[in-house]
Design a protein around this ligand. Structure first.
Ligand SMILES: *[C@@H]1O[C@H](CO)[C@@H](O)[C@H](O)[C@H]1NC(C)=O
Ligand SMILES: *[C@@H]1O[C@H](CO)[C@@H](O)[C@H](O)[C@H]1NC(C)=O
Ligand SMILES: *[C@@H]1O[C@H](CO)[C@@H](O)[C@H](O)[C@H]1NC(C)=O
Ligand SMILES: *[C@@H]1O[C@H](CO)[C@@H](O)[C@H](O)[C@H]1NC(C)=O
Ligand SMILES: *[C@@H]1O[C@H](CO)[C@@H](O)[C@H](O)[C@H]1NC(C)=O
Length: 817
């Protein structure tokens, strides 16, 4: 295609909701029909004369550590809780001051998921009820005043019968990894040890090599031997063994290779020794040996699971936003992702409780690994930083500077020369060449929370002053309160609303509004676990992104990954278990749009035929030039109708007279709008392509009748972020930072600036810590100074589904949802 000079080619990328297009099942060759007067239900007109350039970064991905996207997912580690910290968090040992704690396995099993059983319910509650939506789950969970997020933590270790297992603070492996495990053997002659169940089983492939590494010591005077085995679920069959001799009084790292004698996706890793005696262990890792080999030259092994890396590569994302989301905020600041704890040798990363999503994060995927991923995907990084605001507490303006410096240091870590302070740390980890970084996001969904505005200004000012090229993402349009390079817009909704959101950005132009980053969008209600109708409606929304691709600079579906055994969110683009993955229909829609992403949007109009029986507004379309010369055009048509449709396509303007009759059609459809993919049928819903002829400046696409009608989904409230302005409850406005900000902003010609210059910071009336502040959206807030200099704030209403407060006898009771 595209061989005839000066002509226009049509690449018809067709997306049909339900109902097959005729001849699809036959040979992959289709013919368009000539256009006949009035014989059409919807018409799509494209003007080749009316075009505008659109953002090259329109379709990217958003990686958040949610649903075991990283730990248990893309991160290749096969041992769950390799340094026993999740266990310490689940048992309360982490927060206790005890020196040692014996595992009480029956009690742990009662409070937590059975470690050896896969979870079936996406949302867990005591009655094991299955919820179909997060809203339903949260509603019930909020009512449960005894809810403790630590109960969601999976306990992945199980001592062998007779073996005592103690968490200990004695003889820590290093100053960052302060908790380890001591095993005390049972009766002499019986095997002693502990087993790890991986992430819902350790997946072994017959003949494949796995590398085990762990740190061992013993408090006894004589040395001892330890055997590591890959075993079956009942621990009765060993698929591979390796023995280590001479475990002595000081910590020593032992490494060995294990070749699996059989394929078993539900295996265990067992650490075995003979009694009597004790054994102390930490950092127990099992990785495919190919990861260890590929990691040569890096401080740590190559971090990515090969098949899941492939799933991302196939999307060819224009950018990657990472690592959150709520993950960067934390339920509390103490559980926020802090990049400095996520670098260096993996044995020296303390890890942290991913309190929002209910599991332990090893931080094995840290800032360095995220940047490796960016490099591997050849994509544009969008690094999201915590700006001193968590779900439950915040850093007030006066104390924010250390957090700002942490952000500045991260830029040096990523982009600094190998002899700079933080660049040298990166170099020591095996990557002396600096990476590029152009985009950072300040916080996540934090507009409306106390201190966001103040803290945003401090971050914006400091980062822009030192790195004038940096483009900074705000959590909402900051309006007159602060400069906005580009702002986050999120939507989780039902298919009908998503389809209608294709018009969301119409009328916005770079002249009248700030740039938008649709950084999270997905159908979550009525989308099943990821069905066709959800994907189709997202495709319609994406035609709206293209139509407004001069103001919507970037967009990403969310979330990216979920482990099928632990689903905190109903719909996720890529569903995984420990050895498989499949893309939900939305994955394929994302890929189709990215592969047909163009350079220019061509004015596209959809009209329904008023003279036909039912004329619903259920077709969406957008057309793009695929290159500067515009000799290839991609037309995306989305059919959201439950009726048979005949779609007329008309192209006008110079070039339309020389359209070649041959094109390519890529289509995704199903007879059943509720169809989903699964591990058994991973490609039940996937795009097909066909050569198409009969194209000209006017043609029709005919469609066959359908068997099922599209169910009309119920409309539910959305989480669309609107223009909300932060109210600061303390008045600790950092004037110097704002001055710096204004001057640096005014000196930055490269970027779009709002029509009016940034006004002075928003300074509402002083708020007492104990009297509620009211934000412009009507929410009431109470802030209380904490001993560590942070302010704990509580909403007296609700905010973003995160918090509920009650006032009684002058004190506020706060429930974290
Ligand atoms: C679609 O158009 C055809 C041909 O004009 C017409 O017969 C049919 O009733 C229309 N369908 C609907 C749902 O309007
Ligand atoms: C450890 O293994 C070596 C070699 O098999 C053996 O000689 C030694 O007795 C073993 N030590 C213990 C404590 O079992
Ligand atoms: C591993 O060791 C156990 C116990 O000695 C033995 O029964 C089993 O055959 C060994 N398995 C392999 C694959 O070497
Ligand atoms: C960084 O950007 C510069 C300028 O665009 C480019 O030459 C260089 O190759 C980029 N480096 C990396 C590591 O992508
Ligand atoms: C549009 O979808 C309806 C069913 O939802 C189907 O009857 C019709 O054939 C589809 N049209 C096209 C062009 O695929």
């Amino acid at each position: 295609m595209g061989r005839l000079g000066g002509s226009v080619l049509l690449l018809a990328a067709m997306i049909a909701a339900a109902g097959a297009i005729d001849t699809v099942a036959g040979p992959q060759r289709l013919s368009a029909e000539p256009l006949r007067d009035g014989e059409w239900n919807a018409s799509v007109s494209v003007s080749l004369a009316d075009k505008k350039p659109i953002s090259p970064l329109l379709f990217g991905i958003f990686f958040e550590e949610i649903g075991h996207a990283g730990d248990g997912g893309l991160y290749a580690e096969l041992v769950q809780d390799r340094s026993f910290d999740a266990l310490a968090a689940a048992t309360g040992f982490l927060e206790s001051s005890e020196r040692q704690m014996r595992l009480d396995c029956p009690a742990l099993l009662a409070a937590h998921h059975h470690p050896m059983e896969p979870l079936h319910a996406p949302w867990r509650n005591p009655s094991d009820k299955v919820y179909r939506s997060k809203a339903e789950y949260l509603q019930e969970r909020r009512a449960d005043t005894n809810y403790d997020p630590r109960n969601d933590i999976i306990v992945a270790w199980q001592p062998l019968p007779g073996t005592n297992a103690d968490l200990t603070r004695d003889n820590p492996l290093n100053e960052h990894n302060r908790i380890s495990m001591v095993l005390t053997a049972g009766a002499p002659g019986t095997p002693s040890g502990i087993a790890n169940f991986g992430y819902w089983g350790v997946a072994l492939q017959r003949g494949e090599s796995y590398t085990v590494s762990l740190y061992l010591r013993t408090s006894e005077s004589s040395s001892r031997n330890v055997t590591i085995s890959l075993v079956s679920q009942d621990l009765a069959t060993a698929y591979a063994n390796v023995s280590f001799y001479g475990v002595g009084g000081s910590w020593r790292k032992f490494t060995g290779e294990l070749t699996a004698a059989a394929t078993d996706t539900n295996a265990r890793l067992a650490i075995l020794f003979d009694g009597p005696g004790t054994l102390q262990l930490d950092m127990v890792s099992l990785l495919p040996t190919e990861n260890v080999r590929r990691g040569e030259g890096l401080l740590n092994p190559w971090p990515f699971r090969a098949d899941l890396l492939g799933a991302l590569k196939a999307l060819e994302p224009a950018f990657m936003r990472f690592p959150g989301g709520c993950y960067i905020e934390g339920d509390w600041l103490r559980n926020a992702f802090r990049w400095k704890d996520s670098i260096g040798s993996w044995a020296e990363r303390p890890g942290h409780l991913n309190g929002v999503w209910g599991y332990w994060s090893t931080d094995g995927l840290g800032l360095f690994e995220y940047m490796l991923l960016v490099e591997e995907l050849q994509t544009e990084p969008i690094w999201v930083i915590n700006n001193g605001v968590a779900h439950g507490d915040s850093v007030r303006g006066a104390d924010i500077m250390p957090w700002v410096e942490e952000a500045l240091d991260s830029i040096e870590f990523i982009t600094g020369p190998a002899d700079s302070k933080w660049g040298s740390v990166r170099a020591a980890m095996g990557h002396p060449e600096p990476w590029n970084l152009t985009w950072m996001a300040i916080g996540n969904e934090d507009c409306g929370k106390p201190f966001y505005l103040n803290n945003y200004l401090a971050f914006f000012g400091a980062i822009r002053a030192k790195y004038p090229h940096m483009r900074l993402v705000a959590n909402c349009d900051m309006g007159q309160d602060a400069p906005t390079d580009v702002w986050d817009w999120h939507i989780y909704t039902n298919p009908t609303d998503m389809f209608n959101r294709r018009n969301e950005f119409n009328g916005r132009t770079p002249e009248n509004s700030n740039y938008v980053f649709a950084s999270e969008y997905a159908v979550t209600d009525g989308g099943g676990w990821g069905n066709v109708i959800g994907a189709i409606s997202e495709a319609a929304f994406m035609t709206g992104m293209e139509r407004n691709g001069d103001i919507v600079l970037l967009g990403a579906y969310a979330p990216l990954f979920v482990h099928w055994n632990n689903r905190p969110w109903p719909t996720n683009m890529i569903v995984i278990n420990n050895h498989q993955w499949f893309g939900i229909p939305s994955y394929h829609v994302q890929q189709m749009f990215r592969q047909a992403q163009g350079t220019h949007y061509l004015a596209t109009q959809v009209v329904t035929n008023p003279s036909t029986q039912v004329h619903e507004d259920k077709v969406a379309a957008s057309a793009t030039c695929q290159n500067q010369a515009c000799d290839r055009v991609a037309l995306k048509i989305v059919n959201f109708s439950s009726y048979r449709q005949r779609i007329a396509v008309t192209l006008s303007g110079t070039g339309s007279e020389s359209i070649l009759s041959e094109g390519e059609l890529v289509f995704l459809y199903s007879d059943h709008p509720e169809d989903e993919n699964s591990f058994d049928e991973p490609k039940k819903i996937a795009p097909s392509s066909a050569a198409m002829d009969g194209l000209s400046s006017q043609f029709t696409l005919k469609a066959e009748p359908v068997r099922t009608a599209v169910a009309a989904p119920q409309r539910l409230p959305s989480t669309n972020l609107d223009v909300t302005h932060a109210v600061d409850a303390t008045l600790d406005v950092i004037q110097s930072s704002i001055e710096q900000l204004k001057s640096s902003y005014n000196n930055t010609p490269a970027h779009h600036q709002p029509a009016s210059p940034p006004a002075a910071a928003h300074t509402p009336a002083a708020a007492e810590h104990h009297s509620p502040a009211v934000s412009p959206d009507g929410q009431r807030w109470i802030g209380e100074a904490q001993a560590d200099g942070t302010i704990l704030f509580r909403s007296l209403d609700t905010c973003c589904g995160h918090m509920v407060g009650e006032e009684a006898d002058g004190t506020v009771t706060f429930h974290f949802d």
